[in-house]
Design a protein around this ligand. Structure first.
Ligand code: C2O
Ligand code: CU
Length: 491
């Protein structure tokens, strides 16, 4: 991976890893939880819905009384939510009005390679052009200027997907500044269930950030050079927890069941979410790839970067007036809190959690499958320190595997330290973790799995439909930018 210091690198400020805000931290549980707006199509036909998104800078108020410049889809952090039907194609014209190249990836999408967000398929801002990509050593991609159209067939079951920037070497700073949003796919199977819906189906997009005294985002500058370890090598963790873009927000709820679509959109922070008081449990009904076969009750849920958990909380178990805090048990202090719920009123609740949710079936592990091992370790990325897969830094010209479509394979992920491993194009099922069965949070179809230090996770995966170049990478975004990515080809 080439890292070049040039005008397009958006990184003021400099500190490493746990970034502390210089701005005063706001009082918690004052700001109402915002809900990202649902994007409206500009037109629709029998098979497709057409959208237009402008990637632009905007000044927003995140910390009360201060202004933050974001890079946002439609100028929003998070971007607008796409709410689409399985089997209907989503066509999105992306317009780049920023001053940096971008790449859009639909995370969890069963997407043809041409729209999947290959990290060199740059969308240059107007006024820049392909030469600029050359100048960055970022050649070999399909470079467009001004606008680019992404086509998502959505040929997959209902699920909570998300979209975010995927520019080679610069994904982390660009997502940090706002380039991420939700893409929900719905289908008839899910619609038939009596799950909480409408006002009681709520996205919770959790992301940590750090702020400078003037309210701008703090993010370390890259410090590259021979033998130099980037200051953000380990991953950037901020001290302010945002949910849907608001710091430690509060949500007034009815004494009823709510469905929360939880996404960890943080660059590097993982969370262990739990309520500060019972008796309600976190009832998991879905994961990255849609509904589970049956609900699972958890006291707490560990969510690594890019993972999604579809969770129901039944607030009818509390008196009106009760306040509950959603905690992050992996941290203490301010980072140990996420948001608050206030039970506001008694209501009648028609919703339910059926004992059987979907026809999702666990795949029985067939014998004699192709096996591949992917080792995620520290290493040398060119002439600076970085992260590697199977000992190699990301090289877009080298395919680390050639995979036949429509055949199950067993992929083993082996790590040195914690890495959330993400595979493009196909979901997988976790077969084993650390020599035992799947872990408590591994159920369902996943596209990102949190692999713990010195652990092996085996997954069963099958790619289908789309031939081309795709990626496997760590979803700690700083690790990803520091070259922890490998390309593979489907044939
Ligand atoms: Cu969410 Cu390749 O990324
Ligand atoms: Cu990693």
């Amino acid at each position: 991976a080439t890292l070049s210091g040039c005008g397009l690198n958006p990184s003021p400020g400099q500190t490493a890893e746990l970034l502390r805000s210089a701005a005063p931290l706001p009082e918690a549980f004052k700001v109402p939880l915002p809900i990202p707006p649902v994007k409206k199509p500009i037109r629709s036909d029998a098979k497709s819905d057409y959208f237009r998104v402008v990637q632009r800078k905007a000044t927003v108020e995140i910390l009360p009384g201060l202004k933050t410049e974001v890079l946002g889809y439609d100028g929003l952090l998070p971007g607008p939510t796409f709410d689409v039907r399985s089997g209907r194609t989503t066509v999105i014209e992306q317009v780049n009005q920023l001053d940096v190249p971008t790449v859009v990836h639909l995370h969890g999408g069963h997407t043809p390679a041409t729209s999947d967000g290959w990290p060199l398929d740059l969308l240059m801002p107007n006024g820049h052009h392909g030469d600029h990509a050359d100048h960055h050593g970022m050649t070999g991609g399909d470079v467009k200027t001004g606008t680019r159209t992404y086509t998502y067939p959505n040929t997959q079951r209902a699920a909570t997907l998300w979209y975010h920037d995927h520019r080679m070497d610069y994904t982390a700073p660009q997502v940090y500044r706002g380039l991420f949003g939700l893409h929900l796919i719905r289908d008839d199977e899910e619609d038939r269930l009596p799950l909480p819906a409408g006002e009681r189906e709520i996205p919770l997009v959790i992301a940590d950030r750090a702020f400078a005294a003037d309210g701008s985002f703090r993010y370390p500058a890259r410090t590259d050079g021979p033998g130099v370890e980037s200051e953000y090598m380990e991953g950037v963790i901020g001290d302010v927890i945002l949910v849907n873009g608001a710091p430690w927000p509060v949500l007034e709820v009815d004494a009823a069941r709510y469905r929360f679509r939880i996404l960890n959109a943080s660059n590097a922070r993982r969370y262990e979410l739990a309520l500060d008081r019972g008796p309600a449990k976190l009832v998991q009904i879905g994961s990255d790839g849609g509904l589970l076969d049956a609900p699972i009750e958890h006291d707490s849920v560990v969510v690594a970067p890019a993972e999604r958990f579809d969770i129901i909380i039944d607030f009818s178990q509390y008196e009106v007036g009760t306040e509950l805090t959603l905690l992050n048990k992996l941290d203490s202090g301010r980072a140990g809190q996420v948001m608050r719920f206030k039970v506001a009123r008694k209501v009648t609740d028609e919703s339910n959690i059926p004992a059987k949710l979907s026809s999702y079936a666990e795949v029985v592990e067939p014998a004699g499958l192709v096996r591949r091992k992917w080792r995620f370790t520290r290493g040398n990325a060119g002439n600076h320190k970085g992260w590697t897969i199977n000992g190699k830094v990301f090289d877009p010209k080298t395919m680390q595997a050639t995979v036949k479509l429509d055949q199950y394979e067993i992929w083993s992920f082996v790590t040195d330290v914690h890495h959330p491993v993400h595979v493009h194009l196909a979901p997988f099922q976790v077969l084993r973790r650390g020599g035992k069965g799947p872990g408590a949070f591994d159920r369902g179809w996943k596209d990102t799995v949190d692999v713990r230090p010195a652990e092996v996770v085996d997954v069963l995966v099958k790619f289908s439909a789309h031939k081309g170049k795709f990626m496997i990478h760590c979803h700690n975004l700083e690790h990803e930018d520091m070259a922890m990515m490998a390309a593979f080809e489907t044939v």
